[in-house]
Design a protein around this ligand. Sequence first.
Ligand SMILES: NC(=O)c1ccc[n+]([C@@H]2O[C@H](COP(=O)([O-])OP(=O)(O)OC[C@H]3O[C@@H](n4cnc5c(N)ncnc54)[C@H](O)[C@@H]3O)[C@@H](O)[C@H]2O)c1
Length: 295
Amino acid sequence: MTLREIQTFGILGAGTLGWKIGLQAAISGFEVLMFDISNEQLERSTNFQAQLCKRLVRTGILSEDDSAEALERISITTDQSAFASKVDFVSESVTEELELKRKVWESFSGKWKEHVVLTTNTSYLLPSQMVDVVGDPERFCAFHFHDVFDARVVDVMGHPNTSEKVIAFLIDLGRKLNQIPVHVEHETSGYLFNAMLMAYLGAAGNLLARGKATVEAIDRSWMGNMSTAIGPFGMMDVVGLDTVDHILRVRTDRQSIAFREVITPYVSKGKLGVKSGEGFYSYPKPSYANPEFLL
Ligand SMILES: NC(=O)c1ccc[n+]([C@@H]2O[C@H](COP(=O)([O-])OP(=O)(O)OC[C@H]3O[C@@H](n4cnc5c(N)ncnc54)[C@H](O)[C@@H]3O)[C@@H](O)[C@H]2O)c1
């Protein structure tokens, strides 16, 4: 497979990250087909893509024409067979649950076109935990994005039987998608950045769980010292508290268990962060985005 052979770039799971990867692929010139089990989610994602395009035009990153052309290149479907028979490349961003991801990959096994490169955007799972159900081991690899637009690193991490050609292909594709490719040579949970990030978010969660300070004070402490526009709890809202909860569920260390006790009550009330309009903060205007937050 070469980059030129990708006619249709497939997004499998069009939630928080799926729609962003799809939009960037369309901006990079690929036809994009997004598949999800939820038609409502696909429609929501299409709206998010149009809104983000407006921001990119407003900030001078994209011209009006390029934005309109990119949006025209994106189609949606809930038809699994139509998706599998059309796409030449797959980026999977289904919910971060091992059993669900395994079920989804298995349901597609043997249905893809020949030579299609198959990738997972998992944040903390390993490709070797899914490869047995994917069906094409040498063509399967983790290709993990962070935010796509605001954070542009893409991790390329194979399992022991991923072909070297696929790794090289994904590094090229990462650059074509306006990302900074980082090759992780041996499988490790959380790649490089997420492994560091989890320690940082975990420390924040632990301070809150032990009642040492409020969400706002912990965020203010980080933002004020590091000159960042967002602190750990604001960042968790962006990631999605349900996704953070899924990640913590499989961890058994004391810090993760205490951290999860903080997150789970939010998730059970449907407070998932930016995507649901409320998490640690309320959206679209979270208090930490107000300049007075640091006063
Ligand atoms: N949120 C982030 O900041 C972030 C960053 C990098 C990577 N990721 C990874 O991306 C993946 C998705 O995370 P997200 O935050 O986009 O989650 P999300 O909950 O926003 O989206 C998941 C999507 O998967 C869909 N889905 C569920 N079951 C499906 C099925 N059987 N077939 C097709 N689609 C199905 C859901 O309808 C939903 O649209 C996870 O593996 C996560 O670790 C997330």
